[in-house]
Design a protein around this ligand. Structure first.
Ligand code: ZN
Length: 273
């Protein structure tokens, strides 16, 4: 069997099973949602910073983006399989759905912080539930502000999961909506994901570009050093092909040559340290 035929979908290698304790904890995870959409899907059309996570097309997080590295690391290192997704709709924080993470893989960035995680179950609802209502039901600490993610107890995970499971699963509608927003990008910006010149939809077939290099080389060979994940002026240079890109977030893969973990913040000759 040649490598083109090998499945990159978990539970196949090199995905590993997440080890979890008997009463595992979880996270609330904040994402930017798209205000062009009636559904609270991720912000596909965000100018200069199109969002690819949570990637419900593949039920993964951090496979295509470098978002929330500390949460991804916490899922793997602390065996926390539950991620409950929160976003802002018209100034109100809402709970939209969850992942139950079952697998992980070490990503291309070295330093023991970069993990891609994949779910065996996901469930997204519409309309979402206001976090004020969640706080009234399950405790006001759930409504306290957090920036990217926040740890929650096993008990809270069970309550949130049961609540979300009691509503019809609308993931299929979310997927349709993501496709519609991507076609909007395609029409006005030539690409479904303009910042990294991606014309394809996300899929496990598309994920080969991100996963197959990991089969062949160890992480150490791919990346000699930890890279900063922000850049002044949002400018990045690829260490493999020297192309320069503008994007708010650090990209996982070079849009020009396809190398993984090759982008570095562009150093400007301004005399700054
Ligand atoms: Zn490149």
């Amino acid at each position: 069997m040649n490598s083109n035929q090998k499945s990159v979908t978990p539970p196949n290698q090199p995905w590993k099973s997440l080890e979890v304790p008997s009463q595992p904890e979880g996270y609330l995870s904040y994402y930017y949602s798209d205000d062009l959409s009636p559904l609270p899907v991720r912000w596909v059309t965000k100018p200069g910073d199109n969002k690819s996570d949570p990637n419900i097309e593949t039920s993964t997080y951090g496979l295509f983006s470098t978002c929330s590295p500390n949460m991804r690391k916490g899922v793997v290192k602390n065996g926390r399989p539950y991620i409950f997704f929160v976003t802002n709709r018209n100034g109100v924080r809402v709970l939209t759905g969850y992942y139950h993470i079952k697998w992980y893989i070490e990503g291309a960035f070295s330093g023991d912080w970069d993990f891609s995680i994949a779910a065996d179950k996901m469930h997204f609802i519409n309309p979402p539930i206001s976090m004020v209502e969640i706080g009234q039901k399950f405790g006001s600490n759930l409504t306290k502000f957090f920036r990217t993610h926040k740890g929650i107890s096993y008990d809270t995970c069970c309550k949130l999961k049961n609540l979300l499971d009691s509503y019809e699963d609308s993931t299929a509608f979310y997927l349709e909506e993501i496709d519609r927003l991507e076609r909007f990008n395609l029409q006005y910006g030539e690409y479904r994901y303009i910042g990294w010149k991606q014309k394809d939809k996300f899929s496990w077939e598309y994920a080969r570009k991100y996963l197959e290099p990991l089969f062949k080389e160890s992480c150490e060979q791919l990346t000699p050093q930890r890279v900063k994940n922000s850049s002044d002026g949002d400018q990045w240079v690829c260490s493999a092909c020297q192309e320069i890109f503008i994007n708010k977030a650090l990209l996982r893969r070079c849009p020009n040559c396809g190398e993984l973990a090759s982008l570095q913040p562009l150093q400007k000759n301004t005399g700054e340290p």
